[in-house]
Ligand binder design. Sequence first.
Ligand code: RET
Length: 239
Amino acid sequence: METFLLWIGVLGFVAATAYFIYLSSQAPQGNRAFHVITAVITGTAAFSYLMMATGAGLVELLDGRSFYYFRYIDWLITTPLLLLDLALLALASWRRSLGLLMTLIVLDVVMILTGLLAGSRISGFGRGFWFVVSTIAMIAVLYLVYTKLFAAASSQSASVSSLFGTLAILTLVLWSLYPIVWLLGTEGFTAVGAGTEVLLFLILDFLAKIGFGYLLLTNREALSDAGSGGQQAQSSRVQ
Ligand code: RET
């Protein structure tokens, strides 16, 4: 059951990556940063699912649990890139907001690394402690997205701020579900079996990476506004 689902993940992410590369070939030159970032996100996930499906991305812990550690390597690369997509969309100039961007990425890396510690501990106390640390880091990331990036996006063109609104809500909802699935699954209270856990993470990964990427990359108007810098896009429309 798990292996079958993981292969579905490989196929889904390979197809999404191919589609996003195709969309990139349709986009105007010099305006492909979002396509590249998003295709790297789904490409990384395809590789991660391949590692897990072939058994290379999991270990058996001393307590007998199969621990899919490759998820965390995937998330370590893809969650900062998802935040980068959001930040590039919201911020008129990322260079001027480098402090915010770095804070988001550092908090995000803390979230995933402490999540890895939580998942790989054998003692209940160790798992609980690192889970709480990771969750605090996640709340800080989502808080910054909701406050700072939302505020920045609202001064952008209408198409950018509305696309940002959709993607930010999607991110807030989906990211909050990851720790819930984790708690329900084999790392947490084992309320659901390993197969269901893999299925729930697969659904979340598809929505948070492919659903997110599709909404972003098919919105040409927002992409060209964001690509040309918010203020510039607005002033050129006024002229
Ligand atoms: C863990 C467990 C420990 C507590 C928390 C977690 C959060 C994980 C998140 C993952 C997001 C992944 C995404 C992947 C792909 O697109 C590590 C499950 C808070 C938020 C968005």
